[in-house]
Every structure is written in structure tokens, then in C-alpha cells.
Write a protein that binds this ligand. Structure first.
Ligand SMILES: Nc1ncnc2c1ncn2[C@@H]1O[C@H](COP(=O)(O)OP(=O)(O)OP(=O)(O)O)[C@@H](O)[C@H]1O
Ligand SMILES: [Mg+2]
Length: 358
């Protein structure tokens, strides 16, 4: 899919912006603090329904205004569509697809398939397991609305189970009530886990290819799901249930659920070495990039539709060979690349200055 146009109204430092995009490489150039990342943030918001940069999305409304709007026009394999988001200081956010408001954010999943990469994405390798779970969850959700709904369901069951663990009940009553939540948690949790395991299975060969490509064959990446693993869903469910029982004392003492897909992780290794602990910064960055490029490939494989690629400020972080190879890879799909200066070939160069395109 491709974005043909964007319209921003009072979004961050853009008061009124309209841009037509090219199908290939769109380079957004400008000095610091001009609005390059803001533009990518707006595009990505139309993909995942929220800002990746801030939790309080009202912060994205222009300082002096009460409402903001983003509209994107998308061209898909079969037909066109529009997504628009209205943010308001004193009302709930409205998301519309083809002018029809959606009831649940899950309905937006997959409407604009996008892969986002910024220097911040180094977190994906370096930081807590939460970042790696988020990577899997956002990717799979773009390919399956159902998965997104399962995640929401799991969160609710988990919250109920944790609430119960905080209540001062006698052990017998607690155990009996927990059993009910355990069954539900394991039913939904095992579906999440099997989806993630399968996702990693499909992702790994593509990650290997893109990593080999970026590192000129010098590095071999590997991915492994760390957590409750099993051959199939029912297998995982049984293991999960027995782990929940085993952890009964621990969970009641700590007052939260210490095991489950909300605690799982991905182990990323390069040439057999755990890259989170031992990798160089450049190596970690390249791994994160390889995962994202692989994500792009499997979205296409699983849905028949190419995702758009959003690359924020990545060129300055890579050596010249990796940079060249990345730009070459971008030819595969519509790409939005931000940088402070650009030398090279692009289909469209957009110069930003203080919330305007010049
Ligand atoms: N809600 C808002 N209303 C108005 N302006 C805002 C708002 N939020 C952020 N800005 C402004 O947007 C600018 C930053 O934009 P952005 O992060 O897109 O910069 P950038 O071009 O990506 O810069 P860099 O090259 O440093 O990454 C800042 O000047 C900031 O003051
Ligand atoms: Mg920026």
C-alpha cells in the first residue's frame, strides 16, 4: 500500500499542511526541530491509532489550539481509502475510516500497514522485554485484528487476576477463585504465545537475510522466543496452567502474576552471542533494523500487501556501506526517510522548515 496524500491541521508545529507523496522514496529534509519526526509520527498514528512518542496524545495538538486533525489518503492493492483522526483537548479521539467512525481501535489495525524505525528503536534490542513484546504485538496486530482483540482480552483477565491477588482472602477461597481466572488466562494466553512463536518462526529467515545483506554476510542473526513454549496451543495451555499453579505462592506473595505472555521475551543473538548483553551499539542498531526490514517482508507475505517504511534519522547512525545497502532495500516499498541533509537519489524531496514545506 501507499500513502498518496497527507493533510495535517494543528498537529504539533503544523498548522495547515498538505503534501502529495511519491510512490518510492520520500525524503524529508530539514534542520533540527523543524517537524520531520512530527510528520512521521502523524503517519504512524494513522497506522497504530496512537503516538509512539508520547502516551498523552493530546500533547500532539498544537500548543495554541484545541483540536488537531490528520488525514491520509491510501492506495491499496484494491482501491483507495482514507483514514482520519481528530484529536481534541476536551473530547475523546475520533478515528474514521472512509469517513465512518470506528468503535474500537482494533478496527484500524491493518488499514495502514507501516513499519517504523528511529534511533529510539535501539530499545528493541537493548532495553526491557516490554519493547520486544511490543514489537511482536504491533507487527502481528497489523496482520490480524483478532490477535489485537486477544491482547485486550488477556490484559483484562490479567488485571482481574492481579486484583484478586491483592485481596486478603483465605488461601482456599483464593485458590478456588484463581483457578477460574487461570483457566481463562491460559486459554487466551496460549493463543497469544502460539501466534508469537509462529511469527518469530516466519520472521527469522527474513531477519537472517536482511541482516546478512546489511552486514555483507559477516553476521548471522538468530531469534528465539523466551517464555512458555510448546509445540501447539493446547500444549502451551497445559504448561501455562501448571506454571500458574507452581507459582501460586510466589504470585500471592508478590500480588501479581509472575508468569505468562506479559513476561515473555525474544532473545536476539549474532554469531551465537547474545547481542543485548555483548553486542556493540552499531551491531544492536543493525539487529533492530534487520528485525524491522524482516517485518516488512512478512507483512507482505502474510497479507499480500506491502507495508510502508518510516525511517526517522537512521542514516547518520550507520556506516556508509550499511547506509547504501539500506537505501537500496528501500526501493522495495514506499519509504519516508527523514534526515538533516541528503545526498543521493530520491523520488521526492520534501524540505521542512518550522512546520511548513518549502
Ligand atoms: N504540540 C505542539 N505544538 C506545537 N509545536 C510543537 C508541539 N510539539 C512539538 N512541537 C515542536 O515541534 C518541534 C520538533 O519537531 P520534530 O521533533 O519533528 O523535529 P525534527 O525536525 O524531527 O528535529 P530533529 O532533527 O532534531 O529530530 C519542536 O520545535 C517543538 O517545539
Ligand atoms: Mg526528529
Amino acid at each position: 500500500m501507499k500513502i498518496k496524500k497527507i493533510y495535517l491541521n494543528n498537529y504539533r508545529n503544523y498548522s495547515d499542511l498538505r503534501i502529495d507523496f511519491s510512490d518510492g522514496l520520500n525524503v524529508i529534509v530539514g534542520a533540527n526541530a523543524q517537524g520531520k519526526t512530527n510528520l512521521l509520527e502523524a503517519i504512524y498514528m494513522c497506522s497504530i491509532g496512537r503516538s509512539l512518542r508520547v502516551n498523552k496524545e493530546k500533547q500532539t495538538i498544537n500548543f495554541d489550539k484545541n483540536n488537531a486533525q490528520i488525514i491520509v489518503e491510501i492506495e491499496k492493492k484494491y482501491g483507495r481509502s482514507t483514514i482520519d483522526i481528530i484529536l481534541s483537548r476536551n473530547a475523546k479521539k475520533t478515528v474514521r475510516i472512509n469517513k465512518i467512525p470506528i468503535k474500537k481501535i482494533g478496527e484500524l489495525m491493518g488499514e495502514l500497514k507501516a513499519v517504523f524505525f528511529s534511533p529510539d528503536e535501539l530499545k528493541l534490542i537493548k532495553e526491557s522485554p516490554e519493547d520486544r513484546r511490543r514489537f511482536m504485538d504491533i507487527s502481528i496486530s497489523q496482520m490480524s485484528k483478532n490477535y489485537f482483540y486477544m491482547l485486550n482480552k488477556y490484559e483484562k483477565i490479567l488485571a482481574n487476576r492481579n486484583k484478586l491477588l491483592k485481596e486478603e482472602l483465605n488461601k482456599k477461597t483464593l485458590k478456588e477463585t484463581l483457578d477460574i481466572w487461570n483457566e481463562q488466562l491460559a486459554t487466551v494466553g496460549s493463543k497469544i504465545i502460539i501466534n508469537r512463536i509462529n511469527f518469530l518462526k516466519t520472521l527469522t529467515p527474513y531477519a537472517k537475510l536482511s541482516h546478512k545483506y546489511l552486514t555483507q554476510d559477516s553476521e548471522d542473526i538468530d531469534l528465539e522466543y523466551v517464555g512458555i513454549i510448546g509445540e501447539n496451543e493446547s500444549d502451551i495451555k497445559q504448561i501455562f496452567l501448571s506454571e500458574l499453579n507452581k507459582n501460586f505462592e510466589k504470585d500471592t506473595k508478590l500480588c501479581y502474576t509472575t508468569i505468562g505472555p506479559h513476561r515473555d521475551d525474544i532473545k536476539v543473538s549474532v554469531n551465537g552471542i547474545d547481542v543485548r548483553t555483548y553486542g556493540s551499539q552499531g551491531q544492536q542498531r543493525t539487529c533492530a533494523l534487520s528485525l524491522k526490514l524482516a517485518e516488512l517482508e512478512i507483512i507482505e507475505k502474510n497479507t499480500g500487501e506491502k507495508a510502508i517504511l518510516l525511517l526517522d534519522d537512521v542514516l547518520s547512525e550507520l556506516d556508509s556501506k550499511r547506509r547504501k545497502r539500506l537505501l537500496n532495500f528501500c526501493k522495495k516499498t514506499q519509504t519516508f526517510l527523514t534526515c538533516t541533509d541528503f545526498k543521493g537519489e530520491a523520488d521526492n524531496i520534501i524540505k521542512t522548515s518550522n512546520g511548513k514545506v518549502i
